[in-house]
Design a protein around this ligand. Structure first.
Ligand code: SF4
Length: 373
């Protein structure tokens, strides 16, 4: 048994998960040992673990769910070799390949995000990083989206220079997605064309430019439990505002096409790990949820508090109507523009595009990495 500070609670629990929730809610920083204990918990303890993680989630987010909608604004044509990504230079996956979409298509995506009750519209481009021209174009379109729909905007554009980050911040982009994906030690196993340090540097320039950080992981790429715990704690240290937890959706034609390590119970334990490690952070049950959580998707909403609706970058998600039904069945509610008093019951369509919401921040996501493709 792994040594921890958590005391045994009863004969069927290896640890007192509620005691851990109490301590985390009192400011305790999850230790590596505690993180490993969560991942090593037996399936018999899953409900107790979820119950404790839900207590932490409820403290900060109640029963509210934030929705995100992705737009693959530039697809394929990437020189990088991220092994999980269908858009990588070595991928043989039959994906669409196109350069940056025009304004009309990106505006149409914003309209769909609005109509699907998404709080955040994520503009994602493939590639190592954007050109200055692409950054300028995205910035101009973001201004227009904000004035018409008031959506929160997250951009995921790959590695950014300080000047590029500042241009996006000045345009009103609220948040940048740039996932760490895995631990520093394991990173070179999934990508050789850029480094973990490159990714950290982009997170630094984004923060210096004054934007929020969205950064998360992809579980199930052959990493050890220690790697998941390490990256969970590193993301806490970075104080990321939003943390997508992706589950590898092995895509034929990619380097990881034969990696199938996950089961729904373990995925739920991973989400509990990230909730205990990052108690007040928005945790998104992200790419790969449908294929990996399967019939247990609804349970992911006890540790997690946000979802992507509709499709991912190069793979299909379930229909938004199924997500709304799931949220309603749980007794949870969709929040559109922030936590405070701004809730739509699933199925409601009371919000209109309006200048009244135009002061809200915008964010965009870049690179297939943000969504597990
Ligand atoms: S994750 Fe991004 S950088 Fe990596 S191969 Fe995919 S599109 Fe390229």
């Amino acid at each position: 048994m792994i040594a921890t500070n958590i005391s045994p609670r009863s004969s069927h629990l290896s640890y007192d998960w509620n005691d851990l929730a109490d301590r985390v809610l009192s400011g305790h920083v999850l230790t590596k040992e505690e993180g490993l204990s969560i991942l090593n918990a037996s399936d018999d303890e899953l409900l107790a673990l979820l119950d404790a993680a839900y207590r932490v989630r409820r403290q900060y987010f109640g029963n509210q769910v934030q929705l995100y909608m992705l737009k693959n604004a530039k697809s394929g044509l990437c020189p990088e070799d991220c092994g999980y990504c269908s858009q990588n230079v070595n991928s043989e996956a039959p994906i669409p390949r196109y350069s940056l979409l025009n304004e009309a298509k990106l505006m149409d995506g914003a309209k769909q995000a609005f109509e699907n009750k998404a709080r955040t519209y994520c503009i994602v481009t493939s590639g190592r990083g954007p050109t200055n021209g692409e950054v300028e174009r995205v910035g101009q379109i973001v201004k227009k989206i904000k004035s018409e729909y008031g959506l929160h905007i997250c951009c995921c554009l790959g590695l950014l220079s300080p000047d590029q980050a500042q241009t996006l911040a000045d345009a009103g982009v609220d948040r940048i997605n740039h996932n760490l994906n895995t631990s520093r030690e394991y990173y070179e196993k999934i990508c050789t064309t850029h480094t973990f340090e490159d990714r950290l540097e982009t997170l630094n320039v984004v923060r210096k430019a004054g934007m929020e950080l969205c950064s998360g992981v992809i579980a199930g790429m052959g990493e050890k439990y220690e790697d998941l715990v390490e990256v969970a704690l590193q993301l806490r240290g970075l104080k990321v505002e939003s943390l997508p937890v992706n589950f590898l959706n092995s895509i034929e034609g990619t380097q990881l096409e034969r990696v199938h390590e996950l089961n729904p119970r373990f995925c739920l334990k991973v989400l509990c790990l990230f909730r205990f490690a990052n108690p007040s952070t928005e945790i998104r049950v992200a790419g790969g949820r449908e294929v990996n959580l399967r019939s247990m998707q609804a349970m992911s909403m006890y540790p997690g508090n946000s979802l992507f609706v509709s499709d991912y970058l190069t793979t299909k998600g379930q229909a938004p109507s199924d997500d709304f039904a799931m949220i309603e069945d749980l007794g949870f509610e969709v929040v559109r523009r922030g936590f405070e008093n701004d809730v739509d019951a699933p199925g409601a369509t009371t919000h209109q595009p309006a200048a009244a919401t135009a002061a809200l921040p915008v964010m965009s996501c870049g690179g297939g990495s943000c969504c597990g493709s």
